[in-house]
Write a protein that binds this ligand. Structure first.
Ligand code: ZN
Ligand code: ZN
Length: 151
């Protein structure tokens, strides 16, 4: 299998996935919109320990994007790299677009579709969920509190 590698826009941060990613999907939540400056972000999942920063570790910054998770980004150029949530402590969700070959990993669903920007309707037949997918791992029928918009 070809390696899964990626990095930020300025080249400071480089990472490698040490196992094949899974569960790729679009997120249309307001935090993703603000974090990326785009209508939605595509994430996929790997075990936490398999997301290995191989260059620029000291430039990886983070901020608390909600009261149940944080996001990491390149502190030099701002590229959003991934997010980590309390209810899934053993995995990390990374930004698919930051892969060197993002076309290898296609999203399979949409979440937080209820908060999509009206001019950013998806033009695919993938499942669409208003918020989280049912049976999201770690949530067991509940959801974290609604996020308050960033100022
Ligand atoms: Zn950078
Ligand atoms: Zn989101």
């Amino acid at each position: 299998m070809a390696e899964w590698t990626g990095g930020c826009a300025c080249g400071t941060v480089r990472y490698r996935l040490n196992s094949a990613p899974s569960d790729a999907g679009w997120c249309h939540c307001r935090t993703c919109q603000l974090n990326s400056g785009s209508p939605a972000m595509a994430f996929a999942t790997v075990p936490f320990d398999d997301y290995e920063i191989v260059k620029g570790t000291s430039s990886v910054s983070r901020f608390a994007s909600s009261d149940f998770g944080w996001r990491i980004f390149c502190g030099e150029c701002g590229t959003p790299l991934g997010m980590h949530v309390q209810h899934q402590p053993d995995t990390i969700d990374f930004s698919v677009a930051t892969l060197d070959e993002p076309g290898r990993l296609a999203p399979g669903f949409h979440i937080f579709y209820a908060s999509r920007i009206p001019w950013a309707e998806a033009c695919d037949d993938l499942p669409r969920h208003d918020r989280f997918r049912p049976d999201t791992r770690g949530l067991s029928g509940t959801e974290p509190p609604l996020q308050t918009p960033l100022p």
